[in-house]
Design a protein around this ligand. Structure first.
Ligand code: ATP
Ligand code: MG
Length: 692
């Protein structure tokens, strides 16, 4: 009837595959908007879940919601992150294979929240025995600890993950969660010593000051006010209203007590955290010879006490450098600038390695040796594509990581799906998509890619600088279609690229990177002198982090870029052997506001998350496919010709069966070895018939 809104007009469709104008981006956007307006933040594209951050509590993560989604057919209930979790879980249990759920989207889109909801879902709904409750609690409580040490406030997200996280949840053969394992990727160490306006350092520093007991703070030589610490106050937002550091401290303290941390561990750990704050407050002054000196050694004394090192040796290591001449060591004084560099390098190294120690410690508490036969569901919550006003080495690594994950998605969905239709001889109109392998190669190719060029610049004898690195890039990859610099862009394009910058045309859009700091961050050098001090520390955590063997090993450690590249390639190897599920998170506006749907921002995300391509492949394709044998085995009782036994070829049996139960020609196609069913509803109807 005219003038009356149908439910579909009001709330849109819950699977984009059902959109009539499925090739139109504006129809896609409109559907998302309708649903968002009704607080329906989830929509499917087939089995992929699109989620829009509501920036408000919607009451959709209750125990009764969890119960609702348990063991129900995927498409029978409205889309939900629980449905994705439940589906992966049930497939894992029935097929005894490994799964992963890849959660992607830009900063603030809701990745970490989604991963937490999934973990909670498993914790509540999976079968459990009394003796395994502790394993479950540890899994859950590892999250606040990692967030305290690895997340920070940025302008885009008050709780932004500044490290990548892959977490395997391990299940025994009965589907009980028995343990886990976490791998962390590239924590943003530069934040320890510097934050832009509107940003904070990692949460743990503020939590300790706001919530730490008076005696604890006194024993660490700390005051409560974060403004007193240089490393905490540069972003001018040390106190931030939506963040309740004092409460968060309580959560983290409780988590520490459940996950095997002893009082001695905590004393050492917070000794390190406090030392970092003291380090930041060391002031250097230039003496008459132009060398650095420390007029007030108050901080040095505290650091020496907390780290168990000799204050005089520490002072010397911060203001001098050991140079190895032929037969002897020469000690040279540093300038103020170099001392500041050494101090910051020490703070970053100490924090970065302590974070790795923390992840290892959590992992050892999540190990469950009693269970050998395990299947896993992996959760990947990794930094999304980032474009800031100024983009540096960190953004370069993060965006490269996103290129690699896009490759995985292409390989596993767009490419694999189309290849299967081809091999099964199903008629098929190929869907075009941009394959970003060309950009991955530009970054990672051996000897020719940007990472290799950067590494070569880092080891080249003679004065390599950020400028010489840029010149090398121009020389070696200057002709690449996805690479530009001011010099190469020509009269039209040069204006928006600075002299020290290069631009990459990523699959998700253009990003201009400043080469400033690339060499230094890739090298990540800690003066040997300081390393020696740290290796001699009496703080047991630092002793595990800085091994004497490292001093004896004269070989250059791999650069940060190379380590990251290698860890990503192992991650992809790990994922490629598992069954995937995807969650694509969308950020609705830049202001963290509920109910605000910014068309421009969302369109951009739809584009670069490749949602339209995904929809086209899904829509043109088939939601379900089953081997003839399996299909027949399951449904043969529905047809007198195939029940109780069918002795002919399975394909023919399936043909008889589906004709008998009334499948329409447009609903399915028969391939060489499998039946392909276009929409889930066809299969549900068959399942229902089967139940009666
Ligand atoms: P980053 O890449 O910076 O780590 P992210 O994608 O992990 O970003 P989250 O930290 O998950 O983003 O989400 C940012 C904030 O958005 C959360 O702190 C929360 O306030 C809100 N939010 C996200 N998802 C939801 C949700 N499903 N329901 C309610 N609020 C949400
Ligand atoms: Mg996050």
């Amino acid at each position: 009837m005219e003038g009356t809104l149908t439910a579909r007009d009001k709330v849109g469709v819950q699977d984009f595959v059902l959109l009539d104008a499925y090739t139109s981006e504006s129809a896609f956007l409109e559907n998302l908007r309708k649903r968002f307006r009704e607080n329906l933040i989830y929509t499917y594209i087939g089995t992929l879940l699109v989620s829009v951050n509501p920036y408000q509590e919607l009451g959709i993560y209750t125990a009764s919601q969890m119960e609702l989604y348990q063991g129900v057919n995927f498409f029978e209930l409205p889309p939900h992150v629980y449905a994705i979790a439940d589906n992966a879980y049930r497939m894992m249990c029935s097929e005894l294979n490994n799964h992963f759920i890849l959660i992607s989207g830009e900063s603030g889109a809701g990745k970490t929240e989604a991963s937490k909801k999934i973990l909670q879902y498993f914790a509540v709904t999976c079968p459990m025995t009394e003796s395994l409750q502790i394993a479950r609690d540890r899994l859950l409580l590892s999250i606040p600890i990692l967030e305290a040490f690895g997340n920070a406030k940025t302008p885009r997200n008050d709780n932004s993950s500044r490290f990548g996280k892959y977490m395997d949840i391990q299940f025994d053969f009965q589907g009980i969660p028995v343990g886990g394992h976490i791998i962390s990727y590239l924590i943003e160490k530069s934040r320890v010593v510097y934050q832009n306006h509107g940003e904070r350092n990692f949460h743990i520093f503020y939590q300790l000051l706001a919530g730490g007991e008076v005696e604890r703070l006194a024993s660490l030589g700390l005051e409560q006010d974060p403004q007193l610490y240089k490393y905490l106050s540069q972003g001018h937002c040390a106190r931030e209203s939506p963040i309740n550091d004092r409460n968060d401290w309580k959560t983290v303290s409780n988590a520490f007590s459940v996950i095997d941390f002893t009082e001695a561990d905590l004393e050492n750990l917070f000794g390190i955290i406090a030392s970092v704050l003291h380090l930041g407050n060391i002031c250097f002054k230039e003496d008459k010879q132009g060398c650095a000196s420390v007029p007030d050694t108050h901080e040095i004394k505290w650091i020496a006490k907390l780290l168990g090192v000799c204050p005089a040796v520490l002072l010397e290591a911060l203001t001098h450098r050991k140079i190895e001449a032929k037969t002897e060591e020469v000690i040279c004084p540093l300038t103020v600038e170099l001392s500041v560099y050494a101090r910051d390098a020490m703070a970053k190294a100490v924090y970065g390695r302590t974070f790795t120690w923390l992840v290892n410690k959590i992992n050892s508490s999540l190990v469950n040796k009693d269970f050998t036969q395990k299947t896993v569901i992996g959760l990947l919550d990794i930094y999304g594509f980032e474009v800031f006003d100024k983009n540096g080495f960190e953004q370069f690594c993060i965006n490269y990581c996103n290129e690699k994950l896009q490759q995985l998605l292409i390989e596993r969905t767009l490419k694999a799906e189309q290849a299967e239709y081809e091999s099964e001889g199903i008629e098929w109109e190929p869907v075009q998509y941009f394959n970003n392998k060309i950009i991955c190669d530009l970054v990672e190719e051996r000897h020719r890619g940007i990472m290799s060029i950067l590494d070569e610049e880092c080891i080249r004898p003679g004065p390599a600088t950020d400028l010489s690195f840029l010149e090398r890039l121009e020389e070696k990859v200057g002709k690449h279609a996805h690479f530009q610099t001011r010099k190469l862009a020509g009269p039209k394009g040069w204006k928006r690229i600075g002299w020290l910058e290069f631009r990459l045309l990523h699959y998700a859009g253009e990003v201009t990177y400043s080469t400033k700091g690339f060499l230094e961050k890739n090298n990540d050098l800690l003066y040997r002198h300081l390393k020696e001090v740290l290796c001699g520390s009496k703080n047991s955590i630092l002793r595990e982090c800085f091994l004497v063997a490292e001093l004896e090993n004269r070989r250059r450690p791999p650069t940060v870029g190379t380590q990251f590249k290698n860890s990503l390639s192992s991650l992809l190897e790990l994922l490629i052997s598992k069954e995937p599920s995807y969650i694509r998170c969308i950020k609705p506006n830049e202001r963290k506001e509920p109910s605000k749907f910014d068309d421009f921002l969302i369109s951009h995300q739809i584009k670069y998350l490749g949602l339209m391509e995904h929809l086209r492949v899904r829509r043109a394709g088939f939601a379900y496919r089953r081997k003839y044998e399996h299909f027949l085995q399951r449904y043969k009782s529905l047809c007198p010709d195939t029940w109780p036994h069918w002795h002919g070829p399975p394909g023919e049996g399936v043909e008889r069966l589906i004709k008998y139960i009334g499948y329409q020609p447009q609903d399915y196609k028969l391939g060489k070895t499998k039946i392909f069913i276009r929409f889930p509803r066809t299969l549900f109807a068959t399942e229902d018939a089967f139940e009666f």
